[in-house]
Every structure is written in structure tokens, then in C-alpha cells.
Design a protein around this ligand. Structure first.
Ligand code: FMN
Length: 659
């Protein structure tokens, strides 16, 4: 009988391959049955029990309907689930390459473990890196390097409206809530912060009793659920906030706008997971799902956000208040900056979280494909603040896969004032990157609410490890800073780092990335035109893009014969040519400019900010340093930029012939 492809119940085909297939699928079951029979005949109780249990499992597998693999491969199918369960561990112990980042490499994790245990973190025999590979970066050491005397690097956070500025370490524990982390993990982190003199961010799950027991400095984070300071309707409650913020252990207040791993996504803590302890901490009812909305209801415009942080500042008695975000639509951040300037009220700090940041639980689409990576987000924030002339009023923190002295030094060189780490400190308390934080089955008791699992996490020894990791990482940072010939990491600059491009050439990061001139946004003279345009689109009274303003800006530019794009970029190329009769400058990658620099009214690609900048003249201070340019110069580049007005052809073409 021929099988119809459309038949819902096709007749089994009794030809040979099918018969062999059936024999193979049921062979383990058949062996179990045979062994059971042999056991019965020989009255071997061990065989009867073991083979009998296997036969029982096999019969169950055949008749269950949930797992087709078990129905088709009774008994043997369980091997798949066993291996699947232990895949991360098997991969980690047997297969994983030393450098493969999943998301942290074995080398990175070993480094944290060694530093946390206070054992030697040196390696032998030379680098494992290919130093000639595109994307490789390195610090340029000084011939006059000096050992750093003080390695407890600190900065002061607090602007003109803050009456209780906070002197904080340049390396701190990033936001992770009680709820996503176990009570013992929170205890160990907070005691570690206390021992090491650094700060511990509560995460949005409010201040739990475990945050308070050892008295380590806290940054209290307020998410969209206002946990710990919400009324019965889930709205912000000023009295409750003031009561908790007055605690001297709370050093700063952080409004969480978004988080890199899941920006723009709210969350639900299901009712069955809510213990009495979590309910008391968050001030939520038992027996109901706990919802974190995807955005705040305490403010709905940039101007209202400024009002909100000022309210928090006053209610907390003048403590530093700031916000954390992963950059999404850049004009929204610029709109906040415009509101600050207009209201003459600035946050004391901004934490930029990168899309590569960690999370306890998030959909893969959000982790992989939403939100700006850290370097791009940090540069956007830094450049906007510089361009608006207010960079000196606000401290900027950075987070996203930062675990080593190099990672911190690089971020500070690029423009950050301090760094936070979440998963780095999780490793310090014993996390093995099993990636099961969302399942409540964390094998090390770090990210679980299972009381038995978390008992395995020994608070006294793990808190010492947290302090050791912090101290040894700062020691490593200090060594880098002194190798570069400086006394404090705040003096690190992007021209202290070199990067190899894909074509083999070398470029300083000061030239590789775009750095705007102070105040340039205010008079529309940012060398990267896309910055000027996004600034125009930013509206302090709305998070929506002001497209009308952009169209008017472009129209105005044409009317006065000031083709903002084409003429400017052409001038920049000319400037860059003159400036680059000196060393250092190299060429851009033509394809990236072509792809990324297409401007339209409502959709300005961000990568254009850095890519366009590569044809722009950069501060001459960067040029005095070493490194030879090798090949073609920007003179070979042809760039056509049209206005972003819909009436025009929104196309930028760039060709960079490389010889
Ligand atoms: C288990 C876990 C829980 C987290 N919980 C929060 C949170 O409550 N609030 C928040 O702003 N970020 C939270 N984050 C994100 C981190 O604070 C930080 O933004 C990001 O992880 C930085 O990346 P890192 O883990 O590479 O250091 C969490 C991260 C992890 C790994």
C-alpha cells in the first residue's frame, strides 16, 4: 500500500528499514525484558529488581504521550534528557575552549576564582591571544611607569543639589535583587562590600533583611514596581520611600529605567514563588502574581523624570540620586539631557548598562537583539553630556561583562567614572555559570530560593572571597594605571588604548570612536551630523521623537545653502587630511559607513555616530602619540550625504578604496 503524504494516520510500512528501525528503538527495552526473565528463572533478586525497574520505566515510556523520544526509545531515551540536563557542566568541564565566552570564558572565570580565593592569578608561557587579529586592543604603557601607591581608587558622587555626596570605589556590585539571588548570596555580597569598603546595589527587589544584616553600603534601586516603597495599588509611596531612604546604610538612590539584558521588558514573579519574606520585603500581597510593569508610572516625560529624581533627592535628605538605563532610542536620552538643562537640575549619576549584561531570567530575543551594547551606549551618553556641556556635573557608571582590571581600565578610558559587575561577583560567591538562575535549581545556591540548596553557600568564607575579588581586581587595575604612567584611573584616556582593525592597521581608540567637542550640541556643531540631528529630534516634554523639528532643521539647512551633511562631511574630510599629515589616522571600513550612515527622519542608525566620526578630525591632543598609519588616507573617501528630509534621496555613499 502506498502511503499518502497527507494521511493523518499512515499505514506502517513493513519493509526492511522500518523493521530494523523498530528493533533498534526497542532493543534496550528488549534487553531489559530478557534480563528480567533470566532473573526470574535463576531467582537472582538483584537482576529481578534492576531489570524489573527498567521494564517498568520502559512500559511507562511507551504509554506516556508527553515525550515522543521516550515513546520511540523506551529506557534509552532517558540518556538524552540526562545529557541535556548536564550539558552546561559537560561542556564546561570537557569541551569548552579556554577563551570561548559562553558568556564568560574559562579564563575569565578562573581569574575571578583565583582572585576571590586570594591565590596567584599569574599564568605561564605567554599570551593565548592572537595579537594580530582584528579587534584586538591593548594599553600603551609608558616608559616612565611607576608603581601605584594607593590602589583603593575612589570617586565622589554628588552634584550641586546633593547634600550628602558619596565617596565610592570605582568597582562595585551591580544590581541583583533578593529573589533572583538567594538570601545567603545577598548576605555574602553585602558582608564582602562591608569588608572591602565598596558598594552593593540592591536590585529592584527592595532592601531585604539580608541586605541590612552586615551594614555594607547600599545603592537602593527603584524599578517600575517601586518595591519597598509602593502603596496598595503599586504606585510610588513618598512616605514609605522617605522612611527607608533615611537609613544611613543607603548611600545613593538609583531609578532603574532599563536593564541591558531585557530593556523595555517588565516582569512577573508568579504567586507560587512569593514567600512571606519576599512579600514583606517588597511590600506586596501574598497569593497574587507580582507584576513589574515595563515602564514607570511616576513619570511619563523627560521633564517629569527630572522632577521625580528631585523629589527622591529631597525625600532622602539630599542623597545622590541617579538613573540606570540601557540606551535604546538615543533621542530619548538626549531629551532627558535637554530637560536637565532647561530645569537646571542634574542627576548625580547615570549608570549605563550594556545589552551584554546579565539577568536572572529574560527571553532570548531580548538578551540577543534589543538594547545597545555597552561601549556604544557609554559613548552616546558621554558624548551627549560633553556635547551639552554638562559632563562635569554627572558621574557615569558602566556595567556589562566587566570582570577584570583591563575591563575596568578600558571603560574608564572610554569615558566612564566607575564600573559595576553582577556576574563577576556571582563567580566570587561560587557561581559556576550553570545558567539555571531561572529554574530555582542553581547548583551552588547563589541564584535560588531553595532553602536546602542555598545552605551550601557558606557566608563567612564567601564574603571574604567577595572582598578579595574586589581588592585583587583593583590591584590589577592599579598595575595597568601605573604601567601607563598615571596615578589614578580617572586619568586614563581613549588614546591610551590601541586597536587593530580588521585590515591589520592600528588605530587609537580616540580616533576609532567618535568624541564630540564640549558644548557642540548646543550650537549644532557636533562633527558627527547624526548627533546634531538626534539632538534636534529630542523633546524634553516627550519621549517621542520630534520629527517635525528635524524636517524643519533640514529644510532650514538647505534654505541657507548649508547642506548640513554633504558640506560638513566634505569639510571634515578636508580637515582630517590636513590633520593627518601626522601619524595615527587610518581609514574607515567603507562598507560599514555605507550601511550605517543612511539617515531618515524617524530612523537614524546609531552606528553612524561612530562610523561617520572616522572621517572627522579628532582632537589634536590624541595625535602626539606613537603609532604609524600604514596605508590609504581619508583622501580616498568619497562621501555623499543628502538631507534627512523625506523629499530627498536619503542615501549616503562611501567608498574607501584600499590599496
Ligand atoms: C542574577 C541577576 C539579577 C539581576 N537583577 C537586576 C535587578 O534587579 N536590577 C537591575 O537593574 N539589574 C539587574 N541585573 C543586571 C545587572 O545589575 C547588570 O545590569 C548587568 O548584569 C551587568 O552585567 P554583568 O552581569 O555582566 O556585570 C541582574 C543581573 C543578574 C545576573
Amino acid at each position: 500500500m502506498t502511503n499518502s503524504r497527507n494521511s493523518l494516520t499512515p499505514e506502517p510500512n513493513n519493509n526492511q528499514p522500518y523493521v530494523i528501525g523498530i528493533l533498534m528503538r526497542y532493543s534496550v527495552m528488549a534487553i531489559a525484558v530478557v534480563l528480567f526473565v533470566v532473573g526470574m528463572v535463576t531467582v537472582n533478586w538483584w537482576l529481578i529488581i534492576i531489570a524489573g525497574a527498567a521494564v517498568y520505566v520502559g512500559v511507562y515510556d511507551i504509554f506516556q504521550s508527553k515525550h515522543s523520544i521516550l515513546a520511540n526509545y523506551p529506557i534509552a531515551g532517558h540518556i538524552r534528557y540526562f545529557l541535556e540536563d548536564f550539558r552546561p557542566e559537560i561542556r564546561q568541564y570537557l569541551i569548552e575552549d579556554e577563551k570561548e565566552q559562553v558568556p564568560f570564558s574559562r579564563q575569565q572565570r578562573s581569574m575571578v576564582y583565583q582572585r576571590a580565593k586570594n591565590i596567584s592569578d599569574t599564568n605561564a608561557f605567554g599570551t593565548l591571544d592572537n595579537l594580530y587579529q582584528g579587534g584586538k586592543e591593548w594599553f600603551l604603557q609608558s616608559a616612565a611607569s611607576q608603581p601605584a601607591l594607593d590602589k583603593d581608587f575612589r570617586i565622589t558622587v554628588g552634584g550641586k543639589d546633593c547634600s550628602q555626596p558619596y565617596n565610592m570605589s570605582v568597582f562595585n556590585i551591580s544590581a541583583m535583587s533578593f529573589g533572583s539571588l538567594s538570601a545567603n548570596a545577598i548576605l555574602a555580597l553585602n558582608q564582602g562590600a562591608k569588608l572591602g569598603g565598596f558598594t552593593h546595589d540592591t536590585g529592584e527587589g527592595a532592601i531585604s533583611p539580608y541586605h541590612r544584616r552586615f551594614g555594607g553600603d547600599l545603592i537602593w534601586e527603584l524599578g517600575t514596581g517601586y518595591f519597598g516603597c509602593r502603596n496598595a495599588q503599586g504606585n510610588f509611596d513618598p512616605d514609605l520611600f522617605a522612611e527607608q531612604a533615611a537609613d544611613p546604610q543607603v548611600k545613593m538612590i538609583e531609578i532603574k529605567i532599563s536593564q541591558g539584558a531585557k530593556p523595555g521588558k517588565g516582569g512577573v514573579l508568579p504567586a507560587e514563588k512569593i514567600t512571606q519574606e519576599i512579600a514583606d520585603t517588597r511590600r506586596i500581597p501574598m497569593g497574587e502574581d507580582c507584576i513589574s510593569p515595563s515602564s514607570h508610572n511616576a513619570f511619563s516625560t523627560p521633564r517629569e523624570l527630572v522632577g521625580f529624581w528631585q523629589q527622591l533627592r529631597e525625600l532622602s535628605g539630599g542623597k545622590p540620586v541617579g538613573f540606570k538605563l540601557c540606551i535604546g532610542q538615543p533621542w530619548q536620552f538626549m531629551a532627558i539631557v535637554k530637560a536637565m538643562i532647561e530645569m537646571d537640575n542634574y542627576p548625580d549619576f547615570i549608570v549605563v548598562d550594556g545589552a551584554e549584561g546579565g539577568t536572572g531570567a529574560a527571553p532570548v530575543e531580548f538578551m540577543d537583539s534589543i538594547g545597545m551594547p555597552l561601549v556604544d551606549g557609554l559613548l552616546l551618553v558621554h558624548n551627549t553630556l560633553v556635547g551639552a556641556g554638562i559632563r562635569d556635573k554627572i558621574k557615569v557608571g558602566a556595567s556589562g561583562k566587566i570582570v577584570s582590571g583591563f575591563d575596568i581600565a578600558r571603560m574608564l578610558a572610554l569615558g566612564a567614572d566607575w564600573c559595576n559587575s553582577a556576574r563577576g561577583f556571582m563567580f566570587a560567591v561560587g557561581c559556576i555559570q550553570a545558567r539555571s538562575c531561572h529554574t530555582n535549581t542553581c547548583p551552588t545556591g547563589v541564584a535560588t530560593q531553595d532553602p536546602y540548596r542555598q545552605q551550601a553557600l557558606d557566608v563567612p568564607s564567601k564574603s571574604q572571597r567577595v572582598a578579595n575579588f574586589h581588592q585583587n581586581t583593583l590591584k590589577s587595575l592599579g598595575s595597568i594605571v601605573s604601567a601607563v604612567g598615571l596615578a589614578h584611573p580617572k586619568d586614563l584616556k581613549p588614546y591610551h588604548i590601541a586597536r587593530r582593525l580588521e585590515d591589520g592597521q592600528i588605530k587609537l581608540l580616540s580616533k576609532y570612536y567618535y568624541y564630540t567637542d564640549s558644548g557642540a550640541l548646543l550650537d549644532g556643531t557636533a562633527r558627527s551630523e547624526v548627533f546634531n540631528q538626534m539632538w534636534i529630534m529630542a523633546d524634553p516634554d516627550s519621549f517621542a521623537a520630534n520629527n517635525d523639528a528635524l524636517i524643519a532643521y533640514n529644510q532650514g539647512s538647505r534654505d541657507v545653502g548649508k547642506n548640513t551633511d554633504a558640506n560638513k562631511v566634505a569639510n571634515e574630510i578636508a580637515d582630517a587630511d590636513t590633520a593627518n599629515s601626522q601619524p595615527v589616522e587610518t581609514t574607515t571600513t567603507s562598507s560599514s559607513v555605507t550601511e550605517s550612515a543612511q539617515l531618515s527622519d524617524s530612523n537614524i542608525p546609531l552606528t553612524a555616530t561612530s562610523e561617520l566620526s572616522k572621517v572627522a578630525k579628532v582632537d589634536t591632543v590624541d595625535e602626539g602619540t606613537v603609532i604609524e598609519a600604514t596605508e590609504a588616507t581619508e583622501a580616498t573617501e568619497v562621501i555623499q550625504v543628502t538631507n534627512a528630509d523625506k523629499a530627498t534621496t536619503d542615501i549616503i555613499k562611501s567608498e574607501t578604496p584600499h590599496n
